[in-house]
Write a protein that binds this ligand. Structure first.
Ligand SMILES: [Zn+2]
Length: 56
C-alpha cells in the first residue's frame, strides 16, 4: 500500500507519496531541504511526521 504525507510547514501544500514510511520521510527531507532551506529536521518533527503518514 502506498503512503502519503503532507508537508509539516503551515501554508505549504506539498504532499509526498512513497512505498513506505521511510520512503516518504526521505522524500519529505529532500523537500524540506529544497523548498524550506532545512537540511536538518529536528527529531521531534520527524516523529510527528511519522505519525501523520497515511495510507493512500
Ligand atoms: Zn513544504
Amino acid at each position: 500500500m502506498a503512503k502519503a504525507l503532507k508537508c509539516f510547514k503551515e501554508g505549504c501544500t506539498f504532499e509526498v507519496r512513497g512505498n513506505s514510511v521511510d520512503d516518504v520521510l526521505a522524500k519529505l527531507k529532500m523537500h524540506a531541504m529544497i523548498a524550506h532551506q532545512m537540511p536538518q529536521l529536528p527529531p521531534d518533527l520527524i516523529e510527528k511526521a511519522k505519525g501523520s503518514v497515511r495510507d493512500v
